[in-house]
Design a protein around this ligand. Structure first.
Ligand code: F6P
Length: 360
């Protein structure tokens, strides 16, 4: 165990995700099991700035493993992005004798974790976001539950589409990633899937729908990822619905599932992932590690330096900033590129499969 490690803090930040509570529970119980105190920090980094926290007993996290949302509450804290806010947060850590922090959330949360780490508060990140848009991990907490919720909702929509011979366009969350849309599209037998990562051939999709209708197909599902919506086109999904109706003659309905899929009891998979990641985060802190994000790759629990993970993320999303790769060797950049290419190739392959197995 790292010397003088007496107390760790745990917080959830950014958009909530089912399974965050299971992670908070795991962090708390794993730390207490190792003789380390835990403080639950409320409302993410805001709670750290304003000293809103409570020392947890192991029973304080009882009966939350099965509940979505976050019992610690969440916040997207702008004040934490300022040096003043950051210094207040660090002072709170010192006053409360917090020797390290586990921060559960998405990329914004990890940026905060790095800021704390470089200022002397060891911090470990756990990916908790329904979008699964953390490039360094195959799965983030909440993703599986969100997909299962989408499947349940779309199955219901399909029932009524079949009765009325209708098409339903469904927009699902995923600001920067189409994973939810792609996988639920396959699981729900969608006729078309619209993602940011892969160019959408609207004419071909409409031709597929017309051809399938001629073969007697009555219900049609089109899934659109929120992130696929062009920034300059307001109400893209609603307009797409109208265009499909005009060109196919099929009555089309539109549904935006939005935050509905951020609620609901976490699935077994999310509970187990959250439990494993929570315990692993505590182990990393106690080993004296800092500025790491816990990841799962090829079914194995691992970790990656957060600064590197954030750059990998930006490389994958095509949002690298000037100077991001300064100091990186050509070999490392090539490895990062290969990592991103592999991820995108897998997505493209799945997208091709989705098209191949739809009626057209
Ligand atoms: O957590 C990720 C996410 O669910 C995105 O898919 C979505 O764009 C965003 O959060 C919505 O955030 P908010 O809760 O602030 O509306």
């Amino acid at each position: 165990m790292a010397k003088n490690f007496r107390r760790i803090g745990v917080l959830t930040s950014g958009g909530d995700a089912p399974g965050m509570n299971a992670a908070v529970r795991a962090v708390t119980r794993a730390a207490i099991d190792k003789g380390v105190e835990v403080v639950g920090i409320y409302e993410g980094y805001k709670g750290l700035i304003h000293d809103n926290m409570k020392v947890f007993k192991d029973t304080d996290v009882s009966n939350i493993i099965n509940i979505a949302g976050t019992a610690l509450y969440s916040d997207r804290c702008l004040e934490f992005k300022t040096e003043e806010g950051m210094q207040k947060a660090i002072a709170t850590c010192r006053e409360n004798q917090i020797d390290g922090i586990v921060a559960i959330g998405g990329d914004g949360t990890f940026r905060g974790a790095t800021d704390l780490s470089v200022r002397g508060i060891p911090t470990i990140g756990i990916p908790g976001t329904i979008d699964n848009d953390i490039t360094s991990t195959d799965y983030s907490i909440g993703y599986d539950t969100a997909m299962n919720t989408v499947v349940e909702c779309v199955d219901r929509l399909r029932d009524t589409c079949e009765s009325h011979a209708r098409l339903n366009v469904i927009e699902v969350m995923g600001r920067n990633a189409g994973y939810i849309a792609l996988n639920t599209g396959i699981a729900c037998g969608a006729t078309a899937i619209v993602l940011k990562e892969i160019a959408f051939d609207e004419e071909a999709a409409i031709a597929d729908i017309i051809a399938a209708k001629k073969k007697g197909k009555r219900n049609f599902i089109v899934i659109v990822a929120e992130g696929a919506v062009p920034v300059d086109e307001k109400d893209y999904s609603e307009k797409l619905t109208k265009r499909i109706e005009a060109k196919t003659g099929i009555e089309c309905k539109f549904c935006r599932l939005a935050h509905v899929v951020r609620g609901g009891n976490p699935t077994l998979r999310d509970r187990v992932l959250a439990s494993q990641m929570g315990a692993a985060a505590v182990d990393l802190l106690l080993e004296g590690k800092s500025n790491l994000v816990v990841c799962v790759r090829d079914d194995k629990l691992t970790s990656m330096e957060i600064t590197h993970a954030l750059k990998l993320d930006r490389m994958y999303k095509g949002t690298l900033k000037e100077g991001d790769l300064d100091g990186y060797s050509a070999e490392t950049i090539a490895e990062m590129q290969a990592f991103c290419d592999k991820k995108l190739d897998a997505m493209k392959k799945l997208y091709e499969t989705a098209r191949a197995i739809s009626v057209h």
